[in-house]
Design a protein around this ligand. Sequence first.
Ligand code: OFO
Length: 182
Amino acid sequence: MKTQRLSQKLTQALNSQVTLEANSSQIYLMLASWADDAHYDGVKNFLMKHSQEERVHMAKVMEYIQERGAKVVIEALEKPGPEPKDILECFEMVLDQEIKNTEAIYQIVNWSFEEKDWATWNFLQWLVNEQREEEKLALNLLDKVKLAGGRSMSDTSKFELDKTIGNTPQEFPVADDINPLE
Ligand code: OFO
């Protein structure tokens, strides 16, 4: 009896999405490490939390593949980088990363539509909404960086910007709370 409810094509595409979400998490970790080194503690906390959120997306896609009777294949991750040169480039990279992810998801939505796989199409609407929110947030933060002066911001603006970004609400604890030993 056939127990796999996903086509080969969609199984592969969703598995690629698992890798993409994991790579996305790595990119946020790389940016967080850059932010720490550049003394943007608030920005670092935001990026650490976002890295966690990408891991949650990865796990949700994995669970969906398994729920449909297909096999998850874990692939090697890419080395993220190079690091941004400044805070403006950091948030340009965030927006760029989110747009690339959205485009990959749209492709899978298209394929699920072509196959009339409505369960997958329906599952993907959650990711489509998530990406809409993430692009909105990334664009909003990029605007804040520009408003604060972009590449030529004063130390006071830098201080205020770092505080504001660090306080951006997200679903995950601040970086300091992630390590249970602290
Ligand atoms: Fe997984 O949402 Fe961002 O990339």
